[in-house]
Design a protein around this ligand. Structure first.
Ligand SMILES: [Zn+2]
Length: 72
């Protein structure tokens, strides 16, 4: 793995899980950016270096879980 680690342990674990699922994780100067393997432009977002709260990780996980799910 060539990218730098995320300083937040829980987010780093999530990034590794995503990489295992084929996502691309890139480090920018002030944030990380994650790209879904489907390459849909709506399926990418930035990940803060210093998340404001534990809700940040939860929101991120929920956003990921909603992708590729059929609308009700
Ligand atoms: Zn996708």
């Amino acid at each position: 793995m060539s990218r730098p680690r995320h300083q937040n342990k829980e987010i780093e674990a999530l990034l590794r899980r995503l990489e295992g699922d084929g996502w691309r994780v890139a480090k920018a100067s002030k944030y990380f950016r994650i790209y879904c393997p489907c390459l849909d432009r709506g399926h990418q977002r930035s990940v803060h270096l210093t998340p404001s709260s534990s809700a940040y990780l939860k929101n991120l996980e929920m956003w990921i879980a909603r992708l590729h799910r059929e609308a009700p």
